[in-house]
Design a binder for this molecule. Sequence first.
Ligand SMILES: [Zn+2]
Length: 1197
Amino acid sequence: MEFHHTTPWRVGSSTPEAGSPKKQFEKIRKEMTAKGSTGMDVLLSTLENTKDLQTTLNILNILVELVSVGGSRRASALVSKGGTQILLQLLLNASKESSPHEELMIQVHTLLARTGPKDKKFGVKSRINGVLTITLNLVKQNLQNQRLVLPCLQLLRVYSTNPVNAVSLGKNGVVELMFKIIGPFSKKNTGLMKVALDTLAALLKSKTNARRAVDRGYVHVLLTIYVDWHRHDNRHRNMLIRKGILQSLKSVTSLKLGRKAFIDANGMKILYNTSQDCLAVRTLDPLVNTSSLIMRKCFPKNRLPLPTIKSAFHFQLPVIPVTGPVAQLYNLPPEVDDVVDESDDNEDLELEAENEIENDDDIDQNFKNDDIETDINKLKPKQELGRPVEELKMYEHFFHELSDDFQECDLIAKEPKPLAKEGNLGGPIVVPTAGEEPPVEPNILTNSVKKNIISQKEEGDKQPTFLDLAKEDIKNSDNPLQQQEGDQNRTVSSSQYLTSDLVKALDRITLQNAPQTSQSFTAGIKKDSSPHLTSITCTKTCPHISTCGNVLFEGRTVQLGKLCFTGVETEEDDDSASNSSVEQTSFEGPNMPPLHDSDLYVEIVKNTKSVPEYSEVAYPDYFGHIPPPFKEPILERPYGVQRTKIAQDIERLIHQNDIIDKVMYDLDNPNYTVPEEGESLKFNSRFESGNLRKVIQIRKNEYDLILNSDINSNHYHQWFYFEVSGMRTGVGYRFNIINCEKSNSQFNYGMQPLMYSVQEALHARPWWIRVGTDICYYKNHFSRSSVAAGGQKGKSYYTITFTVTFPHKDDVCYFAYHYPYTYSTLQMHLQKLESSHNPQQIYFRQDVLCETLSGNSCPLLTITAMPESNYYENICQFRNRPYIFLSARVHPGETNSSWVMKGTLEYLMSSNPTAQSLRESYIFKIVPMLNPDGVINGNHRCSLSGEDLNRQWQSPNPDLHPTIYHAKGLLQYMAAIKRLPLVYCDYHGHSRKKNVFMYGCSIKETVWHTNDNAASCDVVEDVGYRTLPKILSHTAPAFCMSSCSFVVEKSKQSTARVVVWREIGVQRSYTMESTLCGCDQGKYKGLQIGTRELEEMGAKFCVGLFRLKRLTSPLEYNLPNSLLEFENDLIESSCKVTSPTTYVLEEDEPRFLEEVDYSAESNDEIDIELPESVGDYEPSVQEDALSDSESSKTCLP
Ligand SMILES: [Zn+2]
């Protein structure tokens, strides 16, 4: 770094001191000519050696000027050349004079205050040199001398960033001294006031100093001063001073005593009122935000209003695990209050780690390098069977395709397919495309709906509620099977129209080109010009709805019948107005979800076993869902939502009398009857996949909602699905889900919850839509017990808040975290797929892999093409097709994975020529729902065993984790018979990232990230694991390659992906993660994800597999040149992986204008224990461990 002589060199102008002037100049001359020596070196060297005051002052002047002009670069240069040490020595020497030279002191302090922050060891150095008290005493003795005091205060501020120094200065009265300097509003000395406040805030970060301040009553003083400045600083010229006062309050309230003093001094009300005044002025935002932070800190921690945080439902496990969270839960003494710790009060010793341990499978935020598997032996595939071959024989019967000779079958020998020449290879492959929309026909719907309106008044204010299943009927029947058969026969006959024409048409709509088919179909239906859903419902269900009602919907026949017959209820309020918020661009064909059959659904629900023994069906599951025909953009977050919501929460404390605090729903207290009041909303969650535990009305239109924990667990709240009724229109209702646990959520980044309106469904709009405004996710004032927080005390819960305006009066609406997909829905879809497929073309088998803990069957599907004939060669080709193994929904809250799986299944069962080629290429083994019990009971993460099933793959217990045990068994069997799948993929959902992406396993990429094992780069590894994601990134619009990762983490060692890779030996073993929120790249950039896009992803995944097939065996086909080039490209780019770009350590999301605030927790600093014997002049033992520059964040273990 070259020094430029911009200032006159004036050393020579001073009179050299007698004694050694010659030597001095000699030295300077030498240094100036020495190689690499710079002007800065010379100046410092002179400064160190000269005894001449004027010389010293001159050099100090120059240095001050240099540092002021050159900024931090010059300051750093000065530090790197040992400048701080020289300056400290100079300060020490000067202080020994009987009366220190004032100008010298000013200059030295100024320089040290500028350069100190650049010196990582400055705190230690200043203490060793014993200059702390020198500066302090200078201030004490010269309070009136502003010119001297200002740089001294500046330096005190720098000293105080080191916690040891802060404590030491505190003992010498620095806190009291600062309170002599700061004071009420004054136009004078604002610079001094500002520095003193900054210094005070730094000092008060030390707990000892904070306690001293509290003891001397300074909390009250700070509040008084703050109010004074707030009142008088009308033109807001002193915002920084006002913020400085708040900073000190913020430091003091980190202490429990400080919070108490703050509350006692009426701090909540003072800061609340002052910040309300500041809201209108944008430049005062820092004041509002800091006030909000302090108030949240001081807001008394509440326990959740629950008797226990254990699930409201109990399921007795067949075996209780010996260790782990479930064992701990079972071993808790009954008298332990798991909602709150008595010892929570003792939180002064607590230190909140902001980076919490997340329970998500796929969180990268906390993903530190030490999670990467470094043991090369653990990375190398093991490939042992794990279970004896004889035992694995039990899985033989799931592989009929390997033994069947099809002699009984009526197979059609077909012409060999012209595979390579077809458009499906070279040209675009036809798959359902989410983006295509039919032409706009907005009027058809509205007109036809209005014709059918029958006054709702006829039925009084009876409203559609849930459907009641008469389980009694099954129980009372002597022969339940017979009963069920009867029902099914009836279903079949009544839905004949559906199965024959409708389903075919719909099938084509979903699986091929939507607009064309839908138009021709619509034309047929439009004859009676009634709304589409209604006509379909009538055609299908009306002939037997009365019977149906009597048998199934006891006591509610009229309601359902009316809904079905009349279709539409009268709506006084203007429909178009209420829907104007949702941009309705078009109306699409028949509104009957493909594969959906409401009667069949009800039949299936009867056989679904839930722990709470649900007997109701949620309307959305009964009607089915089709994606809405409009786009749903990612919501832009308006500025200031968070602080408004937090202010409203704080008002609960300040205006306690305004709080209604009335329980509106309570699963823990089934006999609780909600007071009948027309104004309040009614809630319900007693249906499959439902999750809502308790509701408390807070204000007229505001409700606190509490979610149920996973069964046999006391946490994992995130998934919700519940019904709301009794609403009015034109009112914004605020919902707060107050016991969320994750530290961040896509709700902060544009994701909206989903709502399904029954009235809308009856208006031929049977779809879940993204709703809600003022959405935000933040840490709240409810505290987790240490039982729930894994031993940590005083951790807070988080709130998701959203505000909804309902489209219809007295509607029944449903809210969900994501598009629900129940176990019964899966069973229905599988039955529909099975009954509608062409058995001559498609080999489809549905087996029961095993029973779950509560006795539900876990389906296993086998899908491939029928052999072309039963000739030997064809049977051989059939049996030798490589396997693909897919699974989904191990995590119940990740419903998106089920929609992706639905897309995969529908594609695989379609008549699309590529799908046929794909079936002829592979045998698919699919477990579409690995965790049926979790799904049924509304869990978010776990099975009934209270454990995350995707952490059990290493040693699944057959009694506790049967689906994992047997899914792994299948794979082990495949390994034993040397038929390993080419690809294994487990579908998941990701709550904190956008797009769709994959996690795979690679030794090399894992080693790259550890950097410490270069030798292992010799590992020979096929980069084939990258091919499939690479293909998908070219073909699937939602897929994003740069979010993929192929690193093997220790924390994931018992997941399906890692175990199937390492133990079973499948090279292409993946987790495919689909966003719950939306995309920030590709065709869907800026849009929230919908079921159409998710299903498309599932279909595109299949197309990707087809391309993979040709890449893995390119000689099999004569590919067109263009395609070959494309695929060579793929292979090449996948081989050229040189930099580990895929391992993302950064934050998932960029920062917001309004910073997302998670720091409301009382975050008491642990002070450095300063032994009495340690004086200012001796380094303490701990200080080497302290990095001064980081001292504000320092926390000792
Ligand atoms: Zn997952």
